[in-house]
Design a protein around this ligand. Sequence first.
Ligand code: LLP
Length: 384
Amino acid sequence: MITKQQIEAFKSISTPFYFYDMELLKKTLDIYKSQIDKYGYNAHYALKANADPRVLEMIRSYGLGADCVSGNEVKLAVKSGFDPQKVVYAGVGKSDKEIKAALKAGIFSFNCESVPEIKVINDLAKGMGVKARISLRINPDIDAHTHKYISTGLKENKFGISPWAFQAVTDLIAQCSNVELIGLHFHVGSQITEMGVFETTCRRVEELQKWFIDHNIAINNINLGGGLGINYQDPNGDPVPHFEDYFKVINKNLIVRPGQKVHFEPGRAIVGQCGHVITRVLYVKVGKEKKFAILDAGMNDLIRPALYQAYHDIENLTSDGRKIRYDIVGPVCESSDCWGQKRLVNTAQRGDIFAIHSAGAYGQVMAMKYNQRDLAKAVYSDQL
Ligand code: LLP
């Protein structure tokens, strides 16, 4: 919840900018950490969700590891002080250069997504005289009941190794002297709000890991990826994701064998609600049938609505006029630069300050300079 003092402070800052509520981030991390400690689980924060230096520093201070999807993310994680022994690295298209950098950093595990990738990692590790720890990212063929663009665990998705390839993979690993198989990795999608999906995932993990156990292959680490959703509809009323419910479901349904470690890769759930795009109304344009509120923040600042038809709650912070409906749009020259249609907000006028909520995850990291617009800067609640 943005406070009155914070709104006052916004009045002297040029818009648009990302506002990070560091107290909410801390509170979210406190709850998350107490839950993983309760069950003895390990967490690797998914840097792709938000790589702001202050945000990373706070997450690192809780002792979380890092989940990376590129060589540069691995470098950034290590540079930001994350323990390389807690860095995992996934991605269907790891380049030789990226693999070498990760081998050099001595990361905990490569989450491998195909048979040829394992061969390349083995060859590069051999060339460097090191052994790479690898996990197999399994495609469990599960419908995450989320947007098709952020669903990753269906067999038609490009991610992961399908069960029909297990024999070929393990045959290859047996011949590779420079890779060591340490675990299995699963990530079925993002913004998952139905706990039943995680229950199904746990059952599927058990079915799939049995294949390895039956073939006398020890699986010491099970990584369940990220995916827990946040409440985009009611960010003020429900700001902290339901970690208790989530971990209860996992603990109840995942069969953990003696000596096995369980890992997670949360992204959105940690940072989603602590970020807001703060923007001003440039114009209110009155049409015959509708009113447009034209903001100075656009799809280049936060692309989720344009890219995934994602819903973000929008609030007029500086008006207490009666609520009326606007089509709320950005300034970018694209019809898809629309924040929401027929949105009910307090009567708006030029200069009003709006907040676009739940922008902490996949917001600033996905921003771009389209239309040669400036990149929005970050402002932190503890520095206002
Ligand atoms: N682990 C892996 C292997 C992933 O691919 C992802 C996200 C995560 C962890 C973190 O998932 P989370 O806890 O954040 O759901 N840009 C999209 C989301 C893309 C998610 C990509 N993978 C969006 O704005 O909704």
